[in-house]
Design a protein around this ligand. Structure first.
Ligand code: G6P
Length: 615
């Protein structure tokens, strides 16, 4: 949600900023802008819409300089207009600032500044922050690095809310200042150059040495040095980390879209989620990051899983997986509700928050609320340096690699794998025998190959997608652990193709949904060969009786579905607890091909952002 890139060094800033913005465009794409310093002169270029519009503008109005900040916006306060695009200037016009997050008390601050004769050009909370910093700087008698850092500090002490910011000032051209609270900011360390970014993928092409800033930290960067302190004025401890992935990992490679690339990466991402975590000898899963002994885990008598969007669907599937493998009751909570609901958390309840980005504001708030109650709270995250990963009391990494497509794909299957590992671990501490544990492990080891085989159905699914791409409504149905998969299939389609889609447990059809069935409304049934296959078939018959087209996901070898359904996609056989991981793949591909057929911007669907760092 919104992206920041800053550069200071001995090269031209603009190419670094533009490349970084393109890599961050998935975080927000309502408008974008750059501010570049050339000696004492400040040039700002902003454009509404995609980065391509900004690039076009800069071509006709070039800017040069070796210090700059830039931003790609996902609108919160103020509409999508040129005025509201970042960077924003202070009253003097010499200071420029980009901001991610929300300044909650901006109205009050704006009124106070207006009383002091400040004039605002935009409706944003960010411009208020720019004016506050500028005013503090102008009050200072000095025009140096320390004065700018102090001015940022002074302004930040007045704001309530969240921020990741980058600031430059024409009077102190050799310095960039960044700060964070609640919105991520990373410092990149190069040779005679330094970078600021809201996401490491923006700068990994230039350096893999980074410092992930903590909340309330301020960094001042020059070409050859950096200094980290805190908003309260004290020094800060920091650690230089190496980014694990390379710049190629954040490229599309041979694929037309990140989403398709990420769908195809799933044999590997699932393998990486299991790597080193299956012990054939003990016939169980090893999840050392939980930092809990078997005795601790044995006393767990209830599990709460929380997340947003796709991560919440993984939680719902996790409920079925863990209850069936470990016989422990599981409850799922939308992270956005968790924070405002007074959920009883007994001592022996284990709480997990699930988040690909590790930055989703609602999920972070759920983590903090659970911890505030004194409850040990664990995370399931992909982004290693994320706030949730750092603040949780332990957890499990997905190791899925960077996910750039806004619609989550590979992170979902990694989440399901981790929840299955958790079910296995907890089950083995309770009732699962060594032999049962061994069987589960050998089935899990087959997963990467089964996923690869399922993805080979791509061409067939593309044809089906073309056939139904003009539908205005879509229904997705499944039973038990495949019901959350139906929800996820519907979400994928809605997110990227804007077709109205809903997911239901198959049997719910007759309790209302059936009213929607007509010749134009396709229903997709997840109907593998399992204990509820016959029940699913009955529900399909109910739809066919009303002339609704049906696409079914069945198991290889099935011949019954082809007799009653319009289209059948047969996936490899797997045990019930692993079928959801295979069943979701055709749904991801179906959504992808429908959106691509309709000419939608698959990787950057309208109004969405990859990680939502505001409430
Ligand atoms: C946003 C994205 C969704 C994603 C959700 C949770 O809403 O558009 O695709 O599932 O956030 O993201 P997280 O990073 O916490 O898994």
């Amino acid at each position: 949600m919104c992206g920041i890139v800053g550069y200071i060094g001995r090269s031209e800033a603009l190419p670094v900023l533009m490349d970084g913005l393109r890599r961050l465009e998935y975080r927000g794409y309502d408008s974008s802008g750059v501010a570049i310093l050339n000696g004492g002169s400040l040039a700002v270029r902003k454009a509404v819409g995609r980065i391509a519009n900004l690039a076009e503008l800069i071509q006709s109005e070039p800017v040069h300089g070796q210090v700059g900040i830039s931003h790609t916006r996902w609108a919160t306060h103020g509409g999508v207009t040129h005025e509201n695009a970042h960077p924003h200037l202070d009253q003097s016009g010499h200071l420029s600032l980009v901001h991610n997050g929300v300044i909650e008390n901006y109205q009050k601050l704006r009124e106070q500044l207006t009383e002091r004769s400040h004039v605002f050009q935009s409706q944003t909370d960010t411009e208020v922050l720019a004016h506050l910093v500028g005013e503090a700087f102008d009050r200072s008698e000095r025009r140096d690095k320390a004065a700018l850092v102090e001015a940022v500090r002074e302004a930040l002490r007045q704001v309530i809310g969240t921020y990741g910011i980058a600031v430059l000032h024409a009077d102190v051209p050799g310095i960039l200042v960044g700060a964070r609270r609640g919105s991520p900011l990373v410092l990149g360390i190069g040779k005679n150059e330094h970078f600021l970014a809201s996401d490491v993928s923006a700068i990994v092409a230039h350096t893999r040495d980074v410092v992930y800033l903590n909340d309330y930290e301020i960094v001042a960067i020059q070409d050859d040095r950096f200094e980290i302190s805190t908003v309260s004025g004290s020094g800060a401890d920091f650690q230089i980390s190496k980014v694990e992935f390379s710049a190629e990992a954040v490229d599309k490679g041979r694929f037309p879209h990140y989403m398709l690339k990420e769908i195809y990466e799933q044999p590997n991402s699932v393998r990486d989620a299991m790597r080193g975590r299956l012990s054939a000898e003990e016939a169980t899963a090893k999840l050392g990051g939980l930092e809990m002994t078997n005795a601790d885990l044995r006393s767990v008598d209830r599990i709460v899983l929380s997340g947003c969007g796709t991560a919440f669907h993984a939680a719902l599937a996790g409920e079925y997986l863990i209850e069936s493998l470990a016989h422990i009751p599981v409850e799922c909570e939308f992270a956005s509700e968790f924070r405002y609901r007074n959920l009883p958390l007994d001592r022996d309840t284990l709480v997990f928050v699930i988040s690909q980005s590790g930055e989703t504001a609602d999920t972070l708030a759920a983590l903090r609320e659970s911890q505030r109650k004194g409850h040990r709270t664990l995370g399931i995250c992909n982004n290693v340096a994320s706030t949730i990963a750092r603040e949780s009391d332990g957890g499990v990494y997905m190791h899925a690699g960077p996910e750039i497509g806004v619609a989550a794909t590979k992170s979902f299957t990694s989440q399901l794998v981790i929840l299955t590992l958790l079910g296995l671990l907890l089950g083995r501490i309770r009732h699962l025998s060594h032999a049962e544990g061994r069987t589960i492990i050998s089935e899990m080891e087959k997963l990467p190959d089964l996923i690869a085989r399922t993805i080979e159905l791509d061409k067939q699914i593309e044809k089906i997608a073309k056939k139904y791409a003009r539908a205005e409504n879509f229904l997705f149905m499944g039973r038990q652990a495949n019901y959350p998969i139906a929800l996820e299939g519907a979400l994928k389609l809605k997110e990227i193709s804007y077709i109205s889609a809903s997911g239901y447990p198959s049997a719910e059809l007759k309790h209302g949904v059936i009213a929607l069935i007509n010749e134009e409304t396709p229903s997709l049934f997840i109907a593998p060969q399992d204990a509820v296959f016959d029940q699913n078939v009955s529900n399909i018959e109910e739809v066919k009786a009303r002339k609704g087209p049906v696409i079914a996901i069945g198991t290889e070898g099935d011949t019954a579905l082809a007799k009653i359904c319009d289209d059948v996609i047969l996936i490899p056989h797997a045990p019930d607890y692993l079928t959801p991981i295979l069943a979701v793949l055709p749904l991801q591909l179906l959504a992808y091909h429908i959106a691509a057929t309709l000419g939608c911007d698959v990787d950057k669907p309208r109004n969405l952002a990859k990680s939502v760092t505001v409430e």
